[in-house]
Design a protein around this ligand. Sequence first.
Ligand code: NAP
Length: 293
Amino acid sequence: MPADLIDGAAVAKKIRQAVTLRVDALLVRDIRPGLTVILVGEDPASAVYVRSKEKSCIEAGMRGETIRMPASTSETELLARVDQLNHDPRVHGILVQMPLPKQIDAQKVIRRIKPEKDVDGFHPVNVGKTLIGDADAFAPCTPAGVQVLLREYGVQTSGRDVVIIGRSNIVGKPMASLLMQSGETADATVTVCHSRTANLAWHTKRADILIAAAGRPELVTGDMVKAGAVVIDVGMHRVADPSTKSGTRLLGDVHFPSVSLVASKITPVPGGVGPMTIAMLLQNTVRAAELYG
Ligand code: NAP
């Protein structure tokens, strides 16, 4: 029997509705939650992400602002801009869109954002808080969104084997941090695989929950998945497809046709993890305004 679809778009919509109610409650206290995104350079994909973040904020009744800086911006200029936003009381969340031009050290910029405004959850303070299970943390949006999807679909994680493919700081590592904690939608036994993992399929085949975040189109095929596993596809790749109107289509890290025949539940691409990322960003921003506004 084909797997049930995990509808990330529907869950994201529900979260955004809840965020709007929280924004309304803050407006009564004269606080309008505000997210400022800094976009350095002209990367077209980044420009699309940033526009959609700004639009989503405004739809939720928040202040959404984008600061565009030229690709020639120096590290000092960018850090000065971050400092200004750190001190601006109208700004509750700051996000610096990655990737940054070569002359700028991304880690230095992330460390400059006040942890209380780091709604992306990439500052070492938030990374550490997420790891120690501190309820105060801003957890990174994509893995936090995956955890919400598991919860919303009643996926049991306690005592289950979770295998994550990918150890990046934005997806794989924080995903492991969240699911290894004790508590709700956690308590899992987590394995993190990466490009040096010997025999990837041996690990994936014993996963009750398999989370693919390798950045490799259709890496995970049906023969690598245990029957009845829950499969979460974080990957996102735009590939050429002359049969579509736009000439392109989106693929994940999972080969959907074969894996959906083996798994019990699966996220599609698009419409799975993707919509959750922005929803969690809005949720983190409204929380920043509630906590520190
Ligand atoms: P990344 O920084 O490139 O990290 C990829 C990770 O996968 C690395 O740890 C790498 O191992 C590992 N890997 C690569 N090839 C592998 C293989 N053949 N076998 C096992 N492990 C392998 O990517 P990322 O930023 O985490 O993103 C991962 C994917 O998620 C991308 O497709 C990205 O577009 C997507 N993404 C989606 C969202 C969303 O909102 N839906 C958000 C973020 C990212 P090494 O460490 O050894 O190199």
